[in-house]
Design a binder for this molecule. Structure first.
Ligand code: AMP
Length: 193
C-alpha cells in the first residue's frame, strides 16, 4: 500500500502516519524528518536546507525529489509507504509521478487532513511545550506563520492535483485522534479494495 498524507503543519500527519505504520507494516517517509537528520549530520543537503527550514520556507523541489527517490528504493519500502510532508508543490507531485512510473509503482490513495487554521498555532505550541525546549527551529510563531502561508500558496494546489486524478480523500482532522484514525482506515479500505 502506498499513500500520501496531506495537511497543514499541526494537522496531525505525523501522529496518524505512526499509527498506520503499526497497523499496516509499512514505513513512514517524512521528508521533514529526513531533512532534519541531514541538518543534524551536516551533510551537503543539510547545509543547504538549514536556513531555508528555519525560515519556514520550502527546500528546492529537486533536492527533496532526490531524497525521496533514494529512499523509496530501500528494501523496507517493498511492502509500501506513507509519504508525510511530500509532495508539497505540484512540481513535486509531478516528480513523484515520474519516479513511481519508472519503478512500476502506483499510488493507492491521497488522504488530506482538513483542519481549522485557527487551531493549528495552539497545536504546534503544545508540541513545542511537550517536547521540552525548542526542539524544532521552525516551531516559532514567525516560522509557523510562514509555513502556513507556504502551505496555502504552494501545497493547497497539490490537493486539487490529486482530486483531479481521482485519488483524493478528505478526512476531518478536527475530530479526536482515534476517530481520525478510523476515518483514515475507512478511506483506505474504500480506495484499496
Ligand atoms: P515538516 O516536518 O514536514 O513540517 O517539514 C519541516 C520543514 O522541512 C518544512 O517547513 C520545509 O522547510 C522542509 N520540508 C519538508 N518537506 C519538504 C518538501 N516536501 N519540500 C520542501 N521542503 C520540505
Amino acid at each position: 500500500m502506498r499513500l500520501i498524507l496531506l495537511g497543514p503543519p499541526g494537522a496531525g500527519k505525523g501522529t496518524q502516519a505512526a499509527r498506520l505504520v503499526e497497523r499496516h507494516g509499512i514505513v513512514q517517509l517524512s521528508t521533514g524528518d529526513m531533512l532534519r537528520a541531514a541538518v543534524r549530520d551536516k551533510t551537503p543537503v543539510g547545509l543547504k536546507a538549514q536556513d531555508i527550514m528555519a525560515r519556514g520556507e520550502l527546500v528546492p523541489d529537486l533536492v527533496v525529489g532526490e531524497i525521496v527517490a533514494d529512499r523509496i528504493e530501500a528494501a523496507d519500502c517493498a511492502r509500501g509507504f506513507i509519504l508525510d510532508g511530500f509532495p508539497r508543490t505540484v512540481a513535486q507531485a509531478e516528480i513523484l509521478k515520474d519516479l513511481m512510473a519508472r519503478k512500476g509503482l502506483t499510488l493507492d490513495v491521497v488522504i488530506e487532513l482538513v483542519v481549522d487554521e485557527s487551531a493549528l498555532l495552539g497545536r504546534i505550541e503544545k508540541r513545542a511545550r511537550e517536547s521540552g525546549a525548542a526542539v524544532r527551529a521552525d516551531d516559532t510563531p514567525e516560522a509557523l506563520k510562514k509555513r502556513l502561508e507556504v502551505y496555502r500558496a504552494q501545497t493547497a494546489p497539490v490537493s486539487e492535483y490529486y482530486r483531479a486524478a481521482g485519488l483524493l480523500q478528505t478526512v476531518d482532522g478536527m475530530l479526536n485522534v482515534d476517530e481520525v484514525t478510523e476515518r483514515i482506515e475507512a478511506a483506505i479500505k474504500a480506495s484499496v479494495a
